[in-house]
Write a new protein. Structure first.
Length: 348
């Protein structure tokens, strides 16, 4: 029994049980190529050979949280902290616009400086200056009211990885003041408010089991997020998880295929963490069903400070050089980078 039957069921749009997902995950060696082929064909049905690019602006590495895995956790006194001011964020987006970007992703730690008032004014300015662009926020857990105001101010999308679907596992990755229930409630709120919402998890984070991964697939099928961000866990030397084993790029790529087959029209990035774990990771992700890349637009001077994990790629490159490099890499996969907003099929 090698998982082929499960794969065919999944590709035909049938719902798999947890046991079936588990069999696929355990037997991935034998079905990996077939899964990638089916996933690419599925992606082509909805998006052709298009790969969407999102300009990532890492605007602050100041964070009040203490996630055990994350290099910018509050407790990491070795991290050199920075915060871009609103006008710096605007100028960063301006450079991205000139390079062709039509989606900006503002990502950062949970930095108390960025109150609703300040963040709202950034969102408004960005949407006024670039009305043809989509704006994605990825700034962690906030109140329902805050999410509502940000949506009203023009934010279109929100990325908030749930990190793990297993509440006990969540508690092993985070300190006691962070709650699984709150994270999940935030995701539901974002969906209710009409954001194109991105959930996601780390692959191979300490304590994660194959059963957890099967549960991730069931959870995503139920939540139906517009976007799913996954990447391998990579240890950071100044965190409690410094000595833990890294997650595997190969498993991440296989899960990208399963996610594509489970949510055929999802927007699915081949992440920087995947490109860090394997030099060809992003290409492999695209060849396994991913259709989004998120190159960095942060100013060169701060890039090497937004280190969630060790050995992060592209921290020295200028945005323009990054784009040229990605275009060449992606052309080799038979796909093509496009610059439109690339909304989720449900939102066009
Ligand atoms: N503060 C925001 C943004 C977090 S950074 C928020 O809470 O959503 C974006 C993602 O990077 C996280 O959701 C996490 O999944 C990932 N990440 C953090 N540390 C990592 C590590 N050591 N290895 C791999 N991915 C990591």
């Amino acid at each position: 029994m090698d998982g082929s039957r499960e794969l065919e069921k999944l590709a035909a749009g049938e719902a798999l049980t947890k046991e079936e997902y588990l069999r696929l995950i355990k037997d991935r060696e034998s079905v990996r190529d077939e899964a990638a082929d089916l996933a690419v064909r599925t992606r082509q049905r909805y998006y052709g050979n298009k790969v969407f690019i999102r300009g990532l602006i890492e605007f602050t590495n100041i964070c009040k949280n203490n996630c055990y895995y994350c290099g910018i956790r509050a407790g990491n006194t070795a991290a050199e902290r920075y915060r871009l001011m609103p006008e710096e964020i605007l100028s960063c987006a301006g450079k991205g616009y000139e390079l062709g970007f039509r989606t900006f992703v503002l990502q950062g730690g949970e930095d108390p400086y960025y109150t609703d008032e300040i963040l709202l004014s950034v969102v408004r300015s960005l949407k006024e200056t670039y009305p043809d662009c989509a704006l994605t926020l990825s700034v962690g857990e906030r109140s329902r009211e805050s999410y509502r105001l940000l949506k009203e101010a023009g934010a279109d999308r929100y990325l908030l990885r749930h990190e793990t679907v297993n509440a006990k596992h969540y508690a092993a990755l985070h300190p006691a003041d962070m709650h699984y229930g709150n994270r999940m409630a935030c995701l539901k709120t974002l969906k209710e408010l009409g954001y194109q919402t991105g959930a996601g998890f780390m692959v191979g984070s300490p304590g994660q089991t194959d059963e957890d991964l099967a549960d991730e697939m069931l959870f995503l099928r139920e939540l139906k997020p517009e976007m799913v961000g996954i990447g391998p866990f990579i240890p950071h030397k100044d965190t409690p998880f410094a000595k833990e084993q890294a997650g595997s790029a190969e498993l991440t790529v296989f899960l990208l295929s399963l996610i594509r087959l489970t949510l055929p029209d999802v927007l699915l990035p081949a992440t920087t963490a995947l490109g860090t774990a394997d030099p060809m990771g992003r290409e492999k992700g695209i060849l396994s069903g991913a259709n989004v890349l998120m190159p960095n637009l942060s100013p060169a001077g701060v890039r090497e400070k937004y280190l969630l994990y060790d050995n992060k790629i592209c921290t020295g490159d200028e945005a323009a050089a990054c784009i040229a490099c990605l275009k060449a890499r992606i052309a080799k996969t038979g796909c093509e980078i496009v610059t439109d907003r690339g909304d989720h099929a449900r939102h066009i």
